[in-house]
Structures are given as C-alpha cells and as structure tokens.
Write a protein that binds this ligand. Structure first.
Ligand SMILES: O=C(O)c1ccccc1N[C@@H]1O[C@H](COP(=O)(O)O)[C@@H](O)[C@H]1O
Length: 212
C-alpha cells in the first residue's frame, strides 16, 4: 500500500522543492517560506548528510511537507536502509535504475521521484512506476541550467518537475515558459557551494509563486 502523498494533482499552486538542506536553520527556513518538499542528499556532494542527521531534521518537518532523500547511482539495499533509517517519505533517484529497482522501492511505501537529464527525447512521468518525474541538467546539483525553451515538454506528462540552475531571478520566467507541475532548486538558494541562504530560499518561493 503506497502512503498518501502530501501533494495535489493541480498545477496551482506550484509544487516547490528546496533541496540539499543540512541544518535546522535550512529546514525551518524552507518550511516557513512555504516549500512543499525538502530534499536531503545521501550521495557524494557538498550537501551530503548521513541518515541520523536527516532523521533529526525530519523530526521538525510538519506532515504537509514531503521529505525527500536524493540518491545518485546507489545500490538498492543502501537506498532502502538510508531511507528507512532517516524516516524520509520520498526517494529521488538520479541514475540508470531499471523498472525492477523502482518496483522494489514501491513496496516500501516511498513516493518515487525519477530524475532524468533533459536530452533529445523527453521521458514520460510514470514510465518506470514513479510518482513524479524531475527533468534536470546533465550534472545534477551543478546549478547549470539547460535550455528550457528548446522543445515542447508536453510529453513529460502531468507530474513533472523542472530543475537545474533555477534561481529567484529566473524561476518565474522558467515556469511561464515550460508550465511544469513543480520546481526544484539547490544551488540557486546558496550563499556558497553547499551552504544555504535563508533570504534566497524565501525569495525563491515567493518568486516561484508569482511574487516579486
Ligand atoms: O545537489 C547535489 O549535490 C546532488 C547530488 C546528487 C544528485 C542530485 C543532486 N542535486 C539535485 O540537482 C537538482 C538541481 O540542482 P541545482 O538547483 O541545479 O543545483 C535538484 O533536483 C537537486 O535535488
């Protein structure tokens, strides 16, 4: 039985995920700013945290905010144990995982987010059994944007999330150009690599929702 997701099927309001959080201050800022989801990175990255840190941070996250573990090319058993030990509710996978890998995680009740680098063909949300599809730049977490306008993204399906190089300054234009179901940011809300900036997090959420 899959757990109930803390998100709606509507495009309005936009689903907003703030990724790569490491501290209590990061988490509290994102929650207070109105994020729908927050991400903890469990793979090699300046944003990496361990399961016990993530568990401590998850404890302060209200039910309506989805906690997401982010993984790149990790063995299935490691994903399962990190997800279980931390208490995250969703798993975001950046890798070549096959359908069996997704099916196995689905039995654990986690919401599944498939991350795919935007390329010549646009993947479709649900193809691997995932709940959300994240379209990203070739190097995840690099802060480098891809050309969102270069082709139609209609084939991505209902629940697709735009990621890669978003900032408070470009997120609204990016949303207007591509009409995603959600947006995801990490580098664009940092004061230095791996260190979040509370003012940028608040500015990002406000801009994404159409404020200034
Ligand atoms: O942030 C990382 O270091 C990272 C490591 C491994 C997999 C994914 C990672 N980040 C994801 O990258 C995108 C966009 O990041 P950015 O805004 O361009 O910096 C986002 O989905 C993060 O979850």
């Amino acid at each position: 039985m899959r757990q109930a997701r803390a998100v709606s099927d509507s495009h309005d309001p936009l689903f907003i995920k703030i990724c790569g959080l490491k501290t209590e201050r990061d988490v509290d800022t994102a929650v207070e700013a109105g994020a729908d989801a927050i991400g903890f990175v469990f793979s090699a990255s300046p944003r990496r945290i361990d399961a016990s840190t993530a568990a401590r941070l998850c404890d302060r996250v209200p039910e309506h905010v989805l906690t997401v573990g982010v993984f790149r090319d990790e063995p299935l058993d490691d994903v399962r144990s990190l997800a279980t030990d931390s208490g995250i509710r969703a798993v975001q996978l950046h890798g070549p995982e096959d359908r069996g890998y997704y099916d196995d995680l689905a039995t654990g009740g986690w919401t599944l987010i498939r991350a795919a680098a935007f390329g010549d063909s646009v993947p479709r949300c649900g193809e691997m059994g995932e709940d959300m599809l994240l379209l990203d730049a070739p190097v995840p977490g690099s802060g480098i944007a891809w050309d969102w306008s270069r082709k139609t993204l209609a084939g991505a399906g209902e629940r697709w999330i735009l990621a890669g190089g978003l900032t408070p300054d470009n997120v609204r234009d990016a949303v207007d150009a591509t009409r995603p179901w959600g947006v995801d940011v990490s580098s664009g809300v940092e004061q230095s690599r791996g260190v979040k900036d509370p003012a940028l997090i608040a500015a990002f959420v406000k801009a994404a929702r159409g404020g200034n």
